[in-house]
Design a protein around this ligand. Structure first.
Ligand code: URA
Length: 210
């Protein structure tokens, strides 16, 4: 099974992404644009959330009206850049739970080492949306999703802003059951693992740390 890749190519998203890519875009503007795009990505990734009917009273009569079914969605940020996507998604899903996963690559063993992991308990009936702006080599996304799967979530999706073809391929090889949502797929990675043409280091641009 190869998971589906959805490119959310709405013109408004594409316009905002172009503004984010520009070198001269300020940290403040970059954050604001990421928040706006994250709201739109949240809208798209939750398109298939199940609904159930509840009886409500309008001012005129009662009706069977749709409401979201089941437990609250869990957004999981891959540290650190994934944090930049959470605020926008919470605008659309204000009662979502939020988890954080921090991993680094051991320079000797090249294995992903967990330095932070905090998710809500009992994920069996919950839908998880794992977020990281850049799917570059795919190593951290693959390692994070592998770790999250150990908690046996009800379902998993992965959302990024930009992906490299290499990252998508690696991710799909390792997690063919996890659908990927991205605003764009760029050309390729450079020798340092950066996406080209890309937008630079997403973490540095979100937090102003360059
Ligand atoms: N991470 C980033 O922040 N940018 C890239 O281009 C690749 C990985």
């Amino acid at each position: 099974m190869t998971a589906q890749v959805t490119i959310v190519d709405h013109p408004v998203i594409q316009h905002k992404l172009t503004l984010m890519r520009r070198r001269k875009t300020s940290t403040q503007k970059f954050r604001a644009l990421l928040k706006e795009i994250s709201m739109l990505l949240a809208y798209e990734v939750t398109r298939d959330l199940p609904l159930t009917l509840r009886t409500i009273e309008t001012p005129l009569q009662s009706m069977e009206a749709p409401v979201l079914e089941g437990k609250k969605v869990v957004l999981v940020a891959i540290l650190r850049a994934g944090i930049g996507i959470i605020d926008g998604m919470l605008e659309v899903l204000p009662s979502a739970r939020v988890g954080h996963v921090g991993l680094y690559r051991d320079p000797e063993t090249l294995q992903a080492v967990e330095y932070f992991f905090k998710l809500p308990g009992n994920l069996r009936d919950r839908q998880l949306i794992v977020v990281d702006p850049m799917l570059a080599t795919g190593h951290s996304a693959v390692a994070a999703v592998t770790r999250i799967k150990a908690e046996q979530p009800g379902s998993l999706k992965f959302v990024c802003l930009l992906a490299a073809p290499e990252g998508i391929e690696h991710f799909q090889e390792c997690h063919p059951d996890v659908p990927v949502f991205t605003a764009a797929v760029d050309e390729h990675l450079n020798d340092h693992g950066y996406i080209l043409p890309g937008l630079g280091d997403a973490g540095d641009r979100i937090f102003g740390t360059k």
